[in-house]
Design a protein around this ligand. Structure first.
Ligand code: SAH
Ligand code: DHB
Ligand code: MG
Length: 224
């Protein structure tokens, strides 16, 4: 068994115990695969962690940057009380179409607003509209833009809210200061921005699993 096979087997073991089969989530992945979307959605155990984080802080409003086929969106939407809302941002019209169908099938489209277009434009519009603050923001789109997404997330999140960023370890490449990969550079910019920001308290967890070796950041928003 290779290391990767073992990581995947342990993720399967964990998900069998704590997630189980779920027609809406499993169906979303099947439909996404059939539509040719890349299989870069969060693992089920990370999806469940996002859902638990929302429930732990009683989240009512959630913002997601990067929808893909709405797999993570379904996890987030199910965390919400009646009247809650997820706003999710997606640039690719094909992904958005698949996501809308998956959300419909999962029975959560009444709680989800998918804004199609470049996330930076939608985020700027949310700021201009003075949208009600979010309790949780999940950043999981194009990695080179992560520092800018974090800046918007900070403006849009209430004190006591939580910002989670996916893919901050990148096979460990994040510690290579000579990297010229724009995704690694974007991640390092994000990390420096978070570390220098007094309005958040942040940690990052590196992890292995069915998607290989990566990690995520969790930031608690402290004050205005
Ligand atoms: N959160 C999803 C995975 C998202 S993958 C899940 O776990 O299920 C990243 C997504 O971000 C892709 O669908 C990609 O099209 C989208 N994306 C990339 N650049 C973007 C941009 N500038 N604005 C909005 N979405 C973007
Ligand atoms: C990629 C993007 C992701 O959000 C992810 O979780 C894994 C991989 C990618 O673009 O390769
Ligand atoms: Mg990701």
């Amino acid at each position: 068994m290779t290391d990767f096979e073992r990581w995947r087997a342990v993720d399967e073991y964990i998900c069998e115990l704590f997630v189980g089969p779920d027609p809406a989530l499993d169906g979303a992945l099947e439909a996404s695969e059939a539509a040719g979307l890349p299989a870069i959605h969060v693992t089920a155990n990370l999806g469940k962690l996002l859902q638990l984080l929302c429930r732990m802080i009683g989240a009512r409003r959630v913002l997601e940057v990067g929808t893909l086929g709405a797999y993570s969106t379904i996890w987030l939407a199910r965390a919400l009380p009646p009247g809650g809302e997820v706003i999710t941002l997606e640039i690719d019209p094909h992904h958005a179409r698949v996501a809308r169908a998956n959300l419909e099938r999962a029975g959560v489209s009444d709680r989800v607003t998918l804004l199609e277009g470049a996330a930076l434009d939608s985020l700027a519009a949310l700021v201009t509209e003075d949208t009600e603050p979010f309790d949780v923001v999940f950043i999981d789109a194009d990695k080179p833009t992560n520092a800018a997404y974090f800046g918007f997330a900070l403006r849009l999140t209430r004190p006591g809210g939580v910002i989670v960023v996916d893919n901050v370890v990148r096979q460990g490449n994040v510690v290579d200061p000579a990297s010229t990969d724009p995704r690694v550079l974007g991640t390092r910019q994000l990390n420096e921005a978070m570390a220098a920001e007094p309005r958040v308290s942040v940690t990052e967890i590196q992890m292995v699993g069915a998607k290989g070796y990566d990690g995520f950041a969790v930031a608690l928003v402290l004050g205005p």
